[in-house]
Design a protein around this ligand. Structure first.
Ligand code: FAD
Ligand code: MLT
Ligand code: ZN
Length: 461
């Protein structure tokens, strides 16, 4: 059955649209963290929405499962197949056109395979900003960003990807195309069905194109790096920055000394404010003047109150990029340091200091010898509480310890990376059975055969 499906897919897509050789399929078969190796039946690379629709229909007829894949930068193993050699990987990478940039209506229409960075560049060329941004933006694709409802560094000001999606075109599990590529700011006409495909990691359908919301590109940016005595001081600094600079704050990141030490060891980058203790990276942007002075004021007051021990304010775009490089290299350097157990958690912002303190104590007692690499989007209450482990440590036990603390603070076990296959069991443990049952009803309604990315987000039925 698999071979006859592959033949039909090849006949429809042509040689450029089908990969069957092991070596060609290898990059599509394993996730970025190399935790989940799989074996695809084949990899299809359709070049249009009509081709995607035909692929989905042919797979549905053959009863073959489909695994959509964007840039394969996901951190939850959602974009790779299982080891059965029966699942078809559907790469959107060839559907990479930017169909339209409208600088007046502030929208950008792109196909799902457009690299996020190229979409950002197109917006910038028109004097506008596509505000979703994170370290993997040079590889992640628009469809993957939508399917994961990606967060990143600008959420504190612009919200998650969901808030930037105005219109969507999708292919459903039976191969039908639904065109909702509307560029409307206000649209309460019936169900907002596009939300079903945002953040559901390809388990309900395939995103083929989107209309994204842009914002005017601010003329001035102020970027500062501050050493702070502890997370409680970082929280006070957050309040101060909000009071003084308001919603011009577009990033507020917390970085532990361990994170900066990893970046120094594995990327040779040194923080100008030292690696001891905690560091905060703040960025504000505005088209109004006076931003730099306002940021200087925040720095001055923080130093005076001893909520900051040292601080630098970038003098140029180049210096700002150097400060950001310290933050953006953390994930890559963590991967180079060895095995880690990732926790992408959120708690109420005010609970971050207590959460960090308690999680540290719980790990010390329950998993001695581990090393915590904590960093993340403090302004969103989102900490990447990653734990570096040795061969003697069991990742499930560490998950249990950290997520137990998250539960005590009313938090979430996935703030922005999604569930993929990495957190399927954890999700079922941490979400109420009623919520899980509702999710299953939605899944059954949209994907009755269970062929859309099975085993991701929800355990197989
Ligand atoms: P993939 O990894 O290819 O796929 C992710 C999921 O979406 C899979 O379940 C896949 O099946 C599904 N999918 C992909 N395309 C489609 C489609 N067209 N239709 C339906 N389903 C689809 N994430 C954040 O949120 N914030 C961060 O700050 C952040 N930083 C990162 C830093 C690094 C260094 C790395 C490696 C990753 C980071 N990530 C971050 C995670 C990742 O980059 C994002 O989740 C990104 O949005 C995934 O996009 P992708 O195109 O690579 O998707
Ligand atoms: C980041 O913010 O850099 C990534 O989302 C985090 C991670 O590697 O856990
Ligand atoms: Zn992140």
């Amino acid at each position: 059955m698999t071979q006859s499906l592959i033949d039909r897919l090849g006949a429809r897509l042509g040689p450029a649209g089908l990969l069957t050789e092991e070596a060609d399929m290898a990059p599509f078969a394993i996730d970025w963290r190399r935790l989940f190796p799989g074996r695809p039946a084949c990899v299809v690379r359709p070049a249009s929405t009509a081709e995607v629709a035909d692929v989905v229909r042919l797979c549905a007829e053959a009863g073959a499962a489909l695994v959509p894949q964007g840039g394969n930068t996901g951190l939850a193993g959602g974009a790779v197949p299982d080891g059965s050699a029966t699942q078809v990987v559907l790469s959107l990478a060839r559907m990479n056109a930017i169909r339209r940039v409208d600088p007046v209506g502030l929208t950008l229409t792109a196909e799902a395979g457009c690299v996020l960075k190229l979409a950002q560049d197109a917006a910038e060329a028109a004097g506008r900003l596509l505000p979703v941004s994170f370290a993997a933006e040079g590889s992640a694709l628009v469809g993957g960003v939508i399917a994961t409802n990606a967060g990143g560094i600008n959420v504190v000001r612009y919200g998650m990807t969901r808030g930037l999606v105005l219109g969507l075109e999708v292919v459903l599990a039976d191969g039908s195309i639904v065109d909702g590529l509307r560029a409307l700011r206000k649209d309460n006409a019936g169900y907002d069905w596009k939300q079903l495909f945002i953040g559901t990691e390809g388990t309900l359908g395939i995103v083929t194109a989107a209309v994204l919301r842009l914002v005017p590109k601010p003329r001035h940016t102020a970027t500062a790096l501050l050493a702070v005595p502890d997370p409680a001081a970082a929280l006070r600094l957050f309040t101060l920055a909000q009071e003084e600079i308001g919603d011009s704050i577009q990033a507020f990141e917390l970085i532990s000394g361990t994170s900066l030490a990893l970046v120094e060891t594995h990327a040779g980058l040194r923080s100008p404010v030292g690696t001891a203790g905690w560091t905060v990276l703040i960025e504000a942007a505005s088209s109004l003047s006076g931003l730099r002075e306002a940021m200087e004021g925040v720095l001055g007051t923080a130093l005076e109150r001893e909520d900051a021990l040292d601080g630098v304010l970038a003098e140029s775009g180049r210096q700002a990029a150097d400060l950001w490089a310290l933050r953006e290299h953390v994930t890559e350097c963590e991967a180079r340091a060895g095995k880690s157990v990732k926790h992408d958690v959120s708690v109420p912002i005010t609970a971050i200091p207590a959460f960090l303190d308690e999680a540290g104590r719980v790990l010390e007692a329950g998993a001695p010898g581990t090393r915590v690499n904590a960093f993340g989007h403090m302004g969103d209450g989102n900490i990447h509480y990653n734990v570096l482990i040795g061969p003697e440590h069991a990742s499930e036990a560490i998950n249990g310890l950290v997520h137990g603390v998250v539960d005590r603070y009313g938090g979430s076990i996935s703030a922005e990376h999604g569930i993929g296959q990495y957190r399927v069991a954890e999700l079922a443990r941490h979400r109420h059975p009623d919520e899980m049952a509702l999710a299953r009803r939605i899944k059954a309604a949209l994907d009755p055969q269970g062929l859309m990315n099975p085993g991701k987000v929800l355990a197989r039925a």
